[in-house]
Design a protein around this ligand. Structure first.
Ligand code: AMP
Length: 320
């Protein structure tokens, strides 16, 4: 059985974009017969510390994200919090000893955000990301365009390690993920609906109550077209196209919808119906924290077991 690995950084509250673009495909991968995968889904808390962070907020977001992954039906996967599997940080250090500063300086994220006050971890985190991947020896890594450079670096580091110290790592192939929904902000449809944006009107969070969803959708940007076919997907109408995408991704239908008011009502109803069962499961799980802790403890224990031989092989090859 092949392995499927995916990590989410607890840097904000999960959004409708995360649900449709990540959690749904992650849920499908764990029971996607006949090619079902051994899925490892992690919360990358160490990656949330590369920029100034508040410890209490990080702890709360890690807990919330952990509970949301379970509420989203990912209990068939091995769920873990990255910092509870020390091999991630341990292998990251070994990989830092194979990477050059020139290589890491070329990473787009560092080029965009790096300045003298930047945390060193923002510079070195591609090595941690390479460790996250290589420890599980996946044969394939599906990545979107924004992460491609990191996985290319992962392949380079693995190949260099293998040729310098011996064949320890499987070099993963990069695959293009099956096109998931790409949800854009309701107030700014040219920008991805991201969890780092903060509580802005254009970002629907998974735990937003129905009246908040209604208010946010009501304020969604459309356009001034009032023609009979105004409600249509069209690159020239990004706001309307985004609403239509959300509507269909949430199981609604645009049939018979001819005005923006009706479209917004249909989108609100579909999103609320999509989130309602998830929020109910979330509330049940949040009321039973021992269960959530137990699931993640068991997941981390399995990850420690799976990753131990890979870390040990890398340590031995390097002379430790
Ligand atoms: P991020 O929240 O950017 O760290 O991304 C975590 C996961 O959610 C990745 O798999 C992203 O591709 C996915 N994701 C994040 N935002 C969106 C969005 N607006 N639409 C679709 N997928 C998204």
């Amino acid at each position: 059985m092949h392995r499927h690995l995916s990590l989410l950084t607890p840097s904000g509250h999960l959004t409708l974009g995360n649900l449709l673009g990540a959690l749904r495909p992650m849920a499908a991968a764990q029971c996607d017969a006949p090619g079902s995968a051994d899925c490892f889904y992690g919360i990358a808390d160490l990656h949330a510390m590369t920029t100034p962070h508040d410890p209490a907020r990080l702890r709360a977001l890690t807990r919330e994200t952990a509970t949301l992954l379970l509420a989203a039906g990912l209990e068939g996967a091995t769920l873990f919090v990255q910092s509870r599997v020390p091999a991630h940080a341990q292998l990251a250090y070994l990989l830092e000893c194979t990477a050059s500063t020139g290589e890491l300086s070329r990473m787009i994220q560092f080029k965009e955000k790096g300045r003298s006050s930047t945390r060193v971890s923002l510079f070195t985190y591609p090595a941690l990301m390479a460790a996250d991947i290589l420890l599980y020896r996946p044969s394939q890594v599906p990545v979107g365009a924004d992460q491609r450079q990191h996985v290319e670096l992962t392949r380079d580091l693995a190949a260099r390690f293998n040729s310098t110290y011996g064949p320890v790592f499987t070099i993963p192939e990069i695959t293009v993920p099956t096109a998931g929904a790409r949800v854009m902000r309701l107030d700014e449809p040219s920008v991805k609906m991201g969890k780092s944006a903060g509580d802005v009107p254009g970002v629907v969070r998974l735990l937003d109550p129905p009246d908040v969803v209604r208010r946010k959708v009501a304020r969604a940007v459309t356009d001034s077209d009032t023609g009979p076919d105004a409600v249509r997907a069209d690159p020239a109408k990004p706001g309307v196209t985004n609403l239509l995408d959300i509507l269909t991704a949430c199981g609604g239908s645009p049939d018979g919808v001819t005005t923006y008011g009706a479209l917004k009502k249909a989108v609100t109803d579909a999103v609320v119906a999509e989130l309602e069962p998830l929020q109910r499961r979330y509330a049940d799980l949040a009321a039973d924290p021992a269960h959530v802790t137990g699931v993640y403890d068991a997941g981390a224990a399995r990850c420690r077991k799976v990753t131990a031989p890979v870390l040990a092989a890398a340590q031995a090859a390097m002379g430790l």
